[in-house]
Design a protein around this ligand. Sequence first.
Ligand code: NAD
Length: 541
Amino acid sequence: MNNAVYKIDIPANEPILGYLKGSKEEKALAAELQRQSETVIEIPLIIDGKEVKTGKIGEFRMPCDHKHVLARYHMAGEKEVKMAIDAACKAQQTWCNVPWQDRAAVALKIARLIADKYRAVMNAATMLGQGKNIFQAEIDSACETIDFLRFNASFMSQIYSEQPVSDATQMNRLEYRALEGFVFAVSPFNFTAIASNLSMSPAIMGNAVVWKPATTAILSNYYLMQIYKEAGLPDGVINFLPGQGSLIGNVVFADPRLAGIHFTGSSSTFNSLWLEVAKNLANYRSYPKIVGETGGKDFIVVHESADIDTAATGILRGSFEYQGQKCSACSRVYAPASKWPAIKNKILNMLSEIKMGDVRDYKNFVNAVIDEKSFDSIMSYIEKAKADKAAKIVAGGKGSKEKGYFIEPTVIETTDPNFVTMREEIFGPVVTVYVYEDAKFEETLKLCDGTSPYALTGAIFARDRMAILKAADMLRYAAGNFYINDKCTGAVVGMQPFGGGRGSGTNDKAGAMLNLLRWTSPRAIKETYVAPTNYPYPYMD
Ligand code: NAD
């Protein structure tokens, strides 16, 4: 019997590889990009470890070249959703009793496979399928995915070692049970790492999962499923259900065994899921735990004391990397009148050098947005700015969906701090700047705090320490991730636990122990050595 008390130390973050021309990793990636570009794969559902084909087919295309089909995927119907729930509930009976260090070993093995054998596969699938350039893919589908798996194994070990006080008369223990039922994981298109974390963090804590991936990220997500299996994740622990969200959701929410929802996506989708849960509340065996990381309207406030180059670079990278399709992407800027002309100049100079195009040409800093629906929605905001006197396009403003869904990095300047592009999430390469009078810094912070319903990420650029303190204080609830003299994107697992409040979600901090705590339902066990033998208390004598 294995009776050792294990501890898994906090790991180091996975190093980001350089992909210099001719390097080992660059050659491996080039070969894999070619292989995936020349193949059309068939993606089944995976229920209880078995491939299920429904014949109801969707096509998965490259955002940079939308005539190019990369995969055809089967879509779940009601029957398959029920099968997946049954499979998860059955698998959980065994999985939750697997020693935690063995569950950790599966997660750590997945991380190792992605770090070595499948790094190129995961990066190529994320580049071609989700439209990321190599750097954006490397920090997501390789590094962040690996970090989530390794850090979560360590966090689990810390959680389990957290135990209550005992004394000479009694022993007290906390048993960290899995939830009673299954967890529904619903993932967005924009991060392969999030897809992996939404399914794996409940699983590592002993839960079984019905996972609905975004069909716009289906290729990388399917490879993840295959890696899970190769690493020895038992059948049925994670069931993979591509398909229409509302169809799958309707069956899931009606099932009394629903024990948790692990969601990342837009606030409107999250609100609709929560309402469905509320409607079915009386039917559930337990109150489902609901974790949702949702939309953002992330900001950068520049103070008059800020360094121009760092502020301009923070705005450019924060707004336009991955075409602004990060939940944390900078989308509104408050710039002081004295500094804005110089910052704008620097941004325009950098933009004049930036290239846009296919992910396979590494010179392209900007690539395509995810699909036609997104393209049309982002362009509609740019059109609104063009048509309104309160706004002016100072860079970009054009898009073309002829070959791929390309939109130029666009900077809008507005005189109205409540202009629609200052308030609503656009989720594309568009940033709006409101220029304020230097003397109205505090007023501007108030404006920033109250303009949008979201509170995900934000940044202050300033040299003046009092200005930094003022911003940190007045924007306390405006962002769950707050940056000082850095762009508002790029949270690293273990370093900047991620998540926001207000309309941006439940702030359960992916990449931290706080998230894993949601996937356990502790049982306190007291054993006494001095049990009373009669009911009266001494004071009654
Ligand atoms: P989305 O809301 O359109 O979709 C998210 C997932 O929900 C998809 O898998 C979708 O199919 C599914 N879905 C939709 N309706 C459903 C229903 N009725 N029942 C069950 N599932 C349903 O989001 P998206 O476009 O994939 O991602 C972009 C959004 O995600 C943005 O709003 C972004 O801010 C947000 N996001 C937030 C974070 C964060 O950590 N806060 C991280 C990444 C993305």
